[in-house]
Write a protein that binds this ligand. Structure first.
Ligand SMILES: O=C(O)CC1=CCC(=O)O1
Length: 96
């Protein structure tokens, strides 16, 4: 199942640089684990915003939930999930 996920990051203003660095390092490790497994297919920064657009290819909504809640920054992100299916007018097969 394909999902488009938008994650808007809201780091609390009270965090110091060390704490921010720690979260970002652990966030990277978690997302790269799923990028390497092939479940996290694309990760794009939204230009000019502290947010990303990601495409995930996972077995189920439960698996998507498991991955998203494993992210250290999960409690500090506003997340929007959209389920994707084929567009009838698409001229290319999905590369995923
Ligand atoms: O967009 C961000 O910086 C938050 C994030 C989610 C996965 C990741 O690697 O970073």
């Amino acid at each position: 199942m394909l999902y488009c996920v938008e994650m808007e990051v809201n780091i609390p203003e009270t965090w110091d640089e060390e704490k921010i660095k720690d979260y970002i390092t652990r966030e990277q490790a978690t997302s790269q684990k799923y990028q390497k497994s092939g479940e996290w297919v694309y990760l794009w920064r939204v230009a000019g915003q502290y947010s990303n657009i990601s495409i995930l290819n996972v077995e189920s909504p439960d698996e998507l939930h498991k991955i998203l809640t494993e992210l250290p920054l999960f409690p500090y992100m506003d997340i929007t999930v959209k389920s994707l299916c084929k567009h009838p007018n698409a001229i290319r097969e999905s590369m995923i």
